[in-house]
Design a protein around this ligand. Structure first.
Ligand SMILES: NC(=O)c1ccc[n+]([C@@H]2O[C@H](COP(=O)([O-])OP(=O)(O)OC[C@H]3O[C@@H](n4cnc5c(N)ncnc54)[C@H](OP(=O)(O)O)[C@@H]3O)[C@@H](O)[C@H]2O)c1
Length: 249
């Protein structure tokens, strides 16, 4: 009985988190490492944050590695996947967290800014799944970080970002079907306003809109990801799970 109740955690698993140096991605990296996984992660422009994150995990007895890779560049994503597999000898978990928040009404947002938004938030997610899927072990896990704005735009200037996250939710449903024969699950976590660099200064604006009266914490999003990548979540796939204090309820 004791044996059956024991949680196997993520011991022996190898994970790659795209965009793991700060914010929600950093909390996911830390949580997966605490759960026992070996964790590689990418960053775009903050090597110091990345190095500190690796050092903290190693000091706690875990195994971590950081690679620079711009999620707007599919070749760099492929290189990060290859480096993770080379480092750990296997890949069980892919978390696609890297994303940018670009605001602007349909009249204001420049074509260049729109292209960059789509390159990171949509093309980057496809490239990550495309390049990682063949390297993932059967029964592996893919989790994307979308946004509750895929469900409701709510304010002027948020439409293009919301569109990018709605695209992710739909891609996840298709990828879940495509990868089901190999028992690889694909799910999408949709946070609402969560306290990170991305949302600094927004808390007083959004708090009144959130029924639970506060912004989310990065560790709360990481806890949901931790569940989705476990063995016991093996029957959930193609789902988008909103974690937003009731914002779009
Ligand atoms: N915070 C929120 O309220 C909220 C709500 C809903 C959804 N989300 C989504 O959650 C994800 C994380 O958001 P966050 O608030 O944690 O953002 P953040 O604090 O700005 O951190 C973003 C992370 O992604 C990395 N990143 C950004 N652009 C990248 C690129 N082109 N290539 C590789 N890595 C890149 C950053 O690396 P560097 O350190 O090198 O810049 C950093 O590690 C995003 O997909 C975002 O859309 C956030």
């Amino acid at each position: 009985m004791e044996q059956e109740l024991k949680d196997p955690g993520l011991k022996g698993r190898a994970a790659l988190v795209l965009g793991g140096s700060r914010g929600i991605g950093a909390a996911i990296v830390e949580r997966l490492a605490r759960d026992g996984a070996r964790v590689a992660f990418t960053y775009a422009s903050s090597p110091d944050h990345a190095a500190a994150r690796v050092a903290a995990i190693q000091a706690a007895g875990g195994e971590a590695a950081a690679f620079q890779a711009d999620s707007a560049d599919a070749d760099q994503i492929k290189a990060a996947v290859d480096q993770a597999v080379e480092r750990f000898g296997r890949l069980d978990i892919l978390v696609v967290n890297a994303g940018v928040l670009t605001m602007g009404t349909v009249e204001q947002l420049s074509i260049a800014d729109f292209d960059r938004l789509v390159a990171v938030n949509v093309r980057g997610v496809f490239a990550a799944i495309h390049h990682a899927a063949p390297r993932l072990a059967d029964g592996g896990r893919i989790v994307t970080i979308g946004s509750n704005s895929a469900e409701r735009v709510a304010f002027a200037g948020g439409g293009s970002y919301a569109m990018s996250k709605a695209a992710v939710a739909t891609l996840v449903r298709g990828a879940a079907i495509d990868l089901a024969p190999r028992r690889i699950t694909v799910n999408n976590v949709q946070p609402g306003p969560t306290a990170t660099d991305m949302t600094s200064g927004l808390d007083e604006l959004v708090k009144p809109l959130i029924p639970l009266g506060r912004m989310g914490e990065t560790r709360e999003v990481a806890g949901l990801v931790s569940y989705l990548v476990r063995e016991e979540a093996g029957f959930m796939t193609g789902a988008s799970l909103t974690i937003d204090g009731g914002y779009v309820a």
